[in-house]
Ligand binder design. Structure first.
Ligand SMILES: [Mg+2]
Length: 267
């Protein structure tokens, strides 16, 4: 682990939610105190999610229901990150969007035109309203040379229903690749673009920014890819023994955000 001097320089925290702040519908111990501490210390935090099917308000509602003070501008979804990524180079883009009504709303709020007619990009989100007609149109456009951008790479999304998983963006990308031979530019975790967007949004520097999460292959891989500090918490998916045979290594490891809070306080 690195020295605590690096930890003390951190001013901006990108936070994973499930496994880091809560587990399912239960707040993890010390999570509220962690966020209260960051706010009191003038350290900023933003919740990061790869789920591009829901809007930011639905995450605010979930966090508030758990007793946490969260605002809409403290949530960054891979959907918003994708919109901001495109906006930086092409603010008037025409987009053929495969996404939910919430994702359509997100893109419209940035001033994009959503159309199948001469689009600049095909954008694939976690589209639970996906139809064969939409997929067919997307594949025609992609084969005709329109670049494909995907909000995130997850193959499956966990669910409480039946087998426990439903197909996510990564699975649809495989289908599109099988049909067209074309690969997508991907924005969400573990791709560094989501951190580039976050840093532009918060106007912060890499050396003062950290990613806090419970997964090595998304959260910590993201930190490595983006060149920021990676803080692993063992309150979710990763167990201590997983670290021994992982190529991806965090800068700091804590049992939970409770122990991270204590380390940040400790000057
Ligand atoms: Mg997680």
């Amino acid at each position: 682990m690195k020295s605590s001097a690096i930890l003390q320089k951190l001013m901006y925290f990108a936070l994973d939610m499930d496994g880091t702040i809560y587990l399912g519908n239960k707040l993890l111990p010390g999570a509220k105190e962690f966020l209260d501490y960051l706010a009191a210390a003038g350290r900023k935090y933003v919740f990061l999610t790869n789920n591009s099917s829901k809007n930011k308000q639905s995450y605010v509602n979930k966090l508030q229901a758990l007793g946490l003070a969260a605002k809409v501008d403290q949530i960054l979804t891979s959907g918003e990150a994708t919109a901001l990524y495109i906006k930086a180079s092409n603010p008037n883009a025409r987009i053929f969007l495969l996404g939910t009504a919430d994702l359509e709303q997100e893109f419209l709020s940035h001033g994009f035109t959503l159309t199948a007619s001469v689009p600049d990009f095909v954008v694939l989100g976690f589209d639970q309203t996906l139809t064969y007609a939409k997929l067919t149109e997307a594949c025609h456009l992609i084969r005709e040379g329109v670049p494909l951008i995907a909000t995130h790479p997850d193959i499956n999304c966990p669910t409480d229903e039946r087998s426990g998983y439903i197909p996510d963006v990564g699975a649809i990308l495989e289908l599109i690749y099988a049909s067209t031979g074309k690969k997508a530019k991907i924005i969400g975790k573990p791709y560094p673009e989501i951190i580039d967007v976050l840093m532009a949004k918060l106007n912060c520097r890499r050396e003062e920014t950290a990613m806090v999460g419970d997964r090595l292959y998304t959260d910590i891989k993201l930190a490595r890819n983006a060149g920021i500090c990676g803080i692993l918490v063992l309150s979710g998916e990763t167990k201590k023994m997983d670290l021994a045979h992982s190529e991806v290594q965090p800068d700091y490891i804590f049992e939970s955000v409770r122990e991270l809070t204590a380390a940040l306080r400790d000057k």
